[in-house]
Design a protein around this ligand. Sequence first.
Ligand code: CTP
Length: 384
Amino acid sequence: MERLRSSAKKKKKSVLRKVIDFFVKSEYHAYLVGGYVRDSTLGRESIDIDVVVEGDAIAAARKLNEKIKGKIVAYAEFGTASISVDNLRVDLASARTEKYKSPAHLPHVFPSTIVEDLNRRDFTINAIAMSISRENFGEIFDPFEGLADIKRKLIRILHRNSFIDDPTRIFRALRYKNRFGFKLEEDTERLMREAVKEGMVKRLSGQRILNELNLIFAEDSYGETVNDLSYYGIFAIKRNELRLMPTSNSHAFYYLLSKLPRNSLPLSKKEKEIVDDFRNIDEMMVKLNKATKKSMLYTLLSPVAEEVTEAITLIKPELQEKIKTFNALKRINPFITGKDLRKYGFKPDKQYAKILRKIFVLQIDKKLASRREAIEHLKTLRKK
Ligand code: CTP
């Protein structure tokens, strides 16, 4: 915590300094909380500064922004505001308590004090506050011994219903565990297993699960977290099903989604197509291994999403040459284009891509030597 105090002092004229100056000179009771306090204690950089204000956070944010002159966005329904300045974000929230009407749903929110606010949080390491108010600047509020847990490298929930109230914390616990190389505290681990067993994850909306997955895959430690998702039975995936997971966040993301039940997450049409292609990636690699002719490579790979061919080079480096050859084939100008199909009376539909692919394969195999020959061939197709 010394480090936090001194880093707050060192960063002269920094955004943090200005935030602190503003609150110290104001009448507000305000606190640095959450990730910022945790990361400073761990000696890690944090891009966000989280401030909790006892009172109207939006009004405080507007006044603060007169000093720091960033871009402010207020969220009236949540009583929060964000200021973006110098590639940093200052998030201000009103201290609040939450009541969960039913498990796994968003809570009802009431105004409160900092200690009550800390009570509603997920883990002890995120439930530490440091006052930036005039009368008690630097005072630490650590009601759950989060600082000690940081030292002991433990992820610990604050109360036994935590995972039931908010099952996204199951994902969060594993994300923090692996990000920091911490352990789940014994009771926390047991209660997490119980929540999983009681089907709490299934109670979350697909959108909330997808948000958590996006956060997991934004971290370097995504591989360990995915293994944990399997190990703890959060997703019904066996560990060996993950053995070919590509070593890049975005490809691994699709790979994992391809192991989940279809339509369980609200994906865009494009994402669904990519995930469907990933479902066949094992089979695709077997076929690719056997493919010898250039045209075979093209027939196999041209219908699938680019993300899949990229992933293959990561999963099986020995197939890299074949993917390179395929990419070179894509750069060849085809004799026939969609424009020709229209000109020769083909109705625009799904068949277009198929026909173009077929003719291009003949071109690759040198069975069609020129555009003229290709057009003659096209005419014979129309007659059929
Ligand atoms: N929080 C919580 N329960 C959640 C989500 C968030 O209690 N399901 C609280 C935690 O106290 C957390 C704070 O809200 O510290 C801010 O959440 P978030 O921005 O997601 O996390 P950070 O702590 O900023 O950590 P990071 O962004 O580094 O993961």
